[in-house]
Design a protein around this ligand. Structure first.
Ligand SMILES: *[C@@H]1O[C@H](CO)[C@@H](O)[C@H](O)[C@H]1NC(C)=O
Ligand SMILES: *[C@@H]1O[C@H](CO)[C@@H](O)[C@H](O)[C@H]1NC(C)=O
Ligand SMILES: *[C@@H]1O[C@H](CO)[C@@H](O)[C@H](O)[C@H]1NC(C)=O
Length: 154
């Protein structure tokens, strides 16, 4: 009896300890050098790896904003050489000097032909005369897809 209670607890502790490290993916800034707006410290994906039966994923982006955004948005795209698909867009606002956690659940799995990346960008609409929102910060990363899911291109 005692043992059957201990094991689930150990499993829980084990997964709390191991999951965060497994879920983080390596990312790059879209403009290579980083942004005045702030920084991104971590990008986490769940499930990780993405298996053959998964059709959506959750992305969490953590970072720090040196500047504020009053009226912005967060967009998730899948982008390959010739295709850019918008997968999710959320409203976003932040105060300067604060850290942020962007939870982006239920992002569709969108496997494009050839090399492709998922891209998370923070856009600011409140930029004076400009009609187009401008990109304040942007990261891209490869999806951690488990080997059997790899699509053979026709
Ligand atoms: C990246 O964006 C920042 C502004 O946020 C700019 O200062 C920097 O030059 C950009 N880097 C490239 C390679 O365009
Ligand atoms: C992000 O920016 C904050 C505030 O400037 C800084 O303390 C932190 O070290 C930066 N982290 C990275 C990974 O650049
Ligand atoms: C993208 O388009 C160009 C020009 O049409 C083509 O040569 C190239 O093969 C395409 N790339 C992919 C990955 O389909």
């Amino acid at each position: 009896m005692a043992i059957s209670h201990v094991q689930p607890l150990l499993l829980l502790i084990g997964s709390l300890f191991f999951l965060p490290a497994l879920r983080a993916v390596s990312f790059e800034y879209c403009n290579a050098s980083g942004y005045d707006f702030g920084n991104v410290t971590d990008v986490e994906i769940s499930p990780n790896p993405i298996g053959p039966n998964d059709f959506e994923l959750s992305i969490t982006v953590l970072g720090f904003a040196s500047k504020s955004i009053d009226s912005g948005s967060v967009e998730v795209h899948a982008r390959s050489e010739n295709i850019t698909d918008l997968l999710r867009r959320d409203a976003f606002a932040i105060e300067a000097g604060t850290s942020f956690v962007l939870p982006l659940p239920e992002v569709p799995l969108d496997i494009l032909e050839g090399d492709f990346k998922y891209v998370v960008s923070v856009l600011d609409k409140d930029v004076g005369d400009s009609k187009e929102p401008i990109v304040r910060i942007c990261v891209d990363f490869d999806l951690p897809i488990s080997a059997p899911t790899l699509v053979v291109s026709a």
